[in-house]
Design a protein around this ligand. Structure first.
Ligand SMILES: [Cu+2]
Length: 126
């Protein structure tokens, strides 16, 4: 590799590191697709600054599909830190479909941008 190429590679790596460090974006994590769900889904709305509903129920250990719509003007996200799930940043009017396995015990979900913008995953007995 010539010197010119290694400089270009270093610049790319630096750019990626800077992008990763940017506080305004949250990366998606887990089984996340952009757009509306193609199957039955729990509809979750993010507003400025609250979730509706604030409780999502499902059978413990079974897959849940949550369609998250940002009806607010501000960017929001849907994050369940305990199970490493994140919708990524949703701008106004954006929709993401997030699938995950319902935990065995009640687990908080949050918008990481807005303190107090929270809700709860509540498992039901099988
Ligand atoms: Cu928010």
């Amino acid at each position: 590799m010539g010197m010119r190429k290694s400089i270009a590679a270093a610049a790319l790596a630096l750019g990626a590191a800077l992008l990763g460090a940017c506080g305004g974006e949250v990366a998606a994590s887990g089984n996340v697709t952009r757009g509306a769900a193609s199957e039955d889904a729990v509809k979750l709305v993010a507003r400025d600054n609250e979730f509706d509903p604030v409780k999502i129920t499902g059978r413990a250990g079974e897959e849940v599909t949550v369609e998250v719509t940002n009806e607010g003007d501000a960017p929001h996200n849907f994050v369940v830190e305990e199970i490493d799930v994140s919708s990524g940043t949703l701008e106004s009017d954006e929709i993401a479909t997030v699938k995950f396995v319902m935990p065995d015990s009640s687990t908080e979900f949050v918008c990481t941008f807005h303190g107090g913008m929270t809700g709860e995953l509540v498992p039901e007995e099988a």
